[in-house]
Ligand binder design. Structure first.
Ligand SMILES: Cc1cc2nc3c(=O)[nH]c(=O)nc-3n(C[C@H](O)[C@H](O)[C@H](O)COP(=O)(O)OP(=O)(O)OC[C@H]3O[C@@H](n4cnc5c(N)ncnc54)[C@H](O)[C@@H]3O)c2cc1C
Length: 473
């Protein structure tokens, strides 16, 4: 009997890979999934009407790299190929990404030629950053913040205007706290092993890269050949967890909704009790925990306070999401993915996504304003009213995009502690957590955005890896 804790994308894909590994069928193992709310999907939530679509959580998925291609393989297997809406590299949403600096929107360079030209707000062409890296001495370190690394190797402007807003866009975090390994592990290794990023890149051109093989489905091949930048799902991303949920139910996985687990009690290396909030106890031989680290910390605290402390050391941030729909004949925005605001600008928003440009089949103008993140409490206090966030979002799009209209429809959500922060030392911390589990023979695997990557692809790939590890032992 195996239990999956949490029905977000991490939990659902764990179920998918357990079924694919024939855990349920061949070994006669029964599988059940426990989800605290009345639905699956976790942070993936879509509000859909005939005119517009509001994504409250993720909206686009990257098709690149092993984890990206792996997700596409899963999508095809689930029969979702026809529902995929790719954004190819020549689409305005792929080419046009902006930052808001000094009261102006600036387009970031999107072509090779662009790095030889001077683009505001940078004072020199970006190619100068490569010269800077060449000249800088190596600094031996185990880990560093991504801001420090980029500032040291490529200069302060790149750290302030490129990396800091990018980190806001990916994890709503502060680049001065986030580990360089979160996004630039290979570049950091080049510095540590070869004395500089450019030197390391040159060496790797001669040594070649060993990449693991992954058999590609037709969908993944199309994404590679047609150079997709990102993709989304027609009708909203929520279709993805719904399809996964149906796949699990069709394959006899027992789904327990409205079932919040309140405590985990390990009996021995192959028996574990899950205590529900109504006092009932379920027993399993192995647990795949996909709930956020701070939730798991609470569940194991009584028996394993040290493990709980490690888990609680992974910080999370709260994000405010304001979706806006303007029923206009003419679009109120220029075609682009949207813009990000570098933290150095000290404004109340992290950025705005131009959904009517990125998501197909929408009427009028649809925008999503993201607020807070690492600075949520500083800007809005502990428990701000949703009306406060709406007011700030409307004020900011009036100032920046000159949109004066009242939205025809809107939705405000405050997503409490929704994104884990991979701060400096994160990867050692996760190793210590897994080491503790192994040393104490605890029958639990850790999946989900708290450990091995914060994006949709990472969560799915981590489910595949963790299931694979248990199945081969
Ligand atoms: C605002 C936002 C925007 C994002 N945008 C993107 C994007 O554009 N592209 C991208 O790739 N990624 C994006 N992400 C990241 C992506 O959404 C996450 O990686 C992914 O959804 C995490 O899935 P998960 O299963 O790990 O966690 P969750 O979605 O948190 O799922 C955990 C589940 O566990 C349940 N649970 C919690 N406690 C208990 C309990 N005690 N008992 C039982 N069940 C419990 C919860 O109800 C939840 O359903 C975004 C995330 C956010 C918040």
């Amino acid at each position: 009997m195996a239990a999956i804790l949490g029905g977000g994308l991490g939990g659902l894909s764990t179920g998918y890979y357990l079924l694919k590994n024939n855990v349920c069928n061949n070994n006669n193992v029964k599988l059940f999934l426990l989800e605290a709310t009345n639905q699956c999907g976790g942070w993936v939530k879509t509000i859909r009407t005939k005119d517009y679509l509001f994504e409250q959580g993720p909206r686009t998925i990257r098709p690149k790299g092993m984890p990206g291609l792996n997700t596409l393989n899963m999508m095809q297997d689930l029969g979702l190929s026809e529902h995929i809406a790719p954004i190819r590299s020549d689409h305005p949403a792929a080419k046009n990404r902006m930052i808001y600096v000094n009261n102006t929107l600036h387009m970031l360079p999107s072509s090779f030629r662009g790095i030889f030209q001077r683009n505001e707000p940078f004072s020199k062409p970006l190619i100068y950053a490569a010269f800077n890296d060449w000249k800088q001495p190596q600094k031996e370190m185990k880990d560093d913040s991504i801001y420090n690394f980029v500032e040291r190797r490529f200069g302060k402007e790149l750290a302030d205007y490129a990396i800091s807003p990018m980190i806001c866009g990916i994890c709503a975090g502060d680049a001065k706290e986030i580990s360089v390994k979160f996004l630039m592990k290979t570049l950091f290794e080049h510095e540590q092993n070869h004395g500089g990023v450019m030197k390391g890149l040159l060496k790797s051109m001669f040594t070649g890269n060993l990449t693991e093989e992954l058999e590609l489905t037709e969908l993944a091949k199309s994404a590679k050949e047609e150079k997709w930048s990102v993709y989304t799902i027609k009708g909203g991303l929520e279709t993805f967890p719904l399809t996964l949920k149906n796949y699990l139910t069709d394959n006899n996985v027992a789904m327990h909704f409205n079932t919040s687990v309140k405590e985990i009690e390990f009996i021995d290396s192959s028996v574990v009790n899950l205590k529900k909030d109504n006092g009932e106890v379920l027993t399993a031989n192995h647990i795949y925990s996909t709930v956020p680290a701070h939730v798991l910390a609470r569940l194991v605290e009584k028996q394993h306070p040290k493990l709980s402390t490690y888990l609680n050391e992974i910080p999370f941030v709260t994000v405010g999401i304001v979706n806006l729909y303007f029923d206009t004949d003419k679009s109120l925005i220029t075609p682009a993915f949207g813009f990000l605001v570098p933290p150095i600008e000290n404004r109340s928003i992290l950025g705005v996504v131009f959904d009517s440009c990125c998501i197909p089949d929408q009427k009028g103008t649809v925008l999503t304003v993201m607020l807070g993140g690492r600075w949520f409490h500083e800007k809005f206090g502990e428990n701000p009213a949703e009306s406060k966030l709406l007011e700030v979002a409307l004020r900011e799009i009036k100032a920046i995009l000159k949109i004066d209209e009242k939205p025809t429809a809107y939705n405000v959500s405050i997503l409490k502690r929704c994104i884990p922060q991979y701060v400096v030392g994160h990867y050692d911390r996760v190793d210590s957590i897994r080491e503790y589990i192994e040393n104490n023979n605890l029958p639990i695997s850790l999946v989900g955005s708290s450990y091995d990557g914060v994006g949709v692809n990472d969560v799915i790939f981590s489910a595949k890896t963790q299931v694979g590890e248990v199945c081969t032992t």
